[in-house]
Ligand binder design. Structure first.
Ligand SMILES: [Zn+2]
Length: 144
């Protein structure tokens, strides 16, 4: 007589049963080996991982902003114009040089915002697919 074991709790049943009486999980054919059971990742763990990934992505996105001084000098967009305005304002502070520099900073800000929005759209698209696959994969109860 062949035996079956519960795919969830491992309880043994004779062949005529197909559902575990304890937890209602399907029974699988026992092959006589002792098999460790791996439970699916718990829901709060999955949510915690997704939240962590989202948080890291936002930090990565906001990173250049945290070094605003670095962007002013390093960002290639209108770099020469911005530096010229910065040094002009530094050497001779007049309302005109300040206005010119502020205008450059505003252009830089708009440029960064557009780029961040682009990154955000791409990132959310990847996240949607990634999290969906992760959620499904992490839900599979594997028996090795
Ligand atoms: Zn069971």
């Amino acid at each position: 007589m062949t035996m079956k074991t519960c795919s969830y709790c491992g309880k043994e049943y004779s062949d005529e049963f197909s559902i575990c009486g304890v937890d209602q999980h399907p029974l699988v054919a026992a092959n006589g080996l002792v098999r460790p059971r791996h439970h699916a990742m718990k829901k709060p763990v999955k949510i915690a991982i997704i939240v962590l990934v989202l948080f890291l992505e936002l930090v990565w996105l906001a990173w250049p902003r945290l070094y605003m001084h670095g962007i002013v000098l390093d960002e290639p967009y209108r770099n020469a114009e911005r530096k010229a305005a910065l040094y002009a304002n530094h050497n001779e502070k007049t309302p005109e040089t300040k206005a010119a520099y502020d205008a450059e900073i505003k252009l830089l800000d708009n440029h960064m915002a557009k780029r961040e929005l682009g990154y955000l759209v791409v990132m959310l698209a990847i996240d949607t697919v990634g999290f969906y696959c992760f959620w499904r994969y992490a839900s599979i109860k594997t028996i090795t």
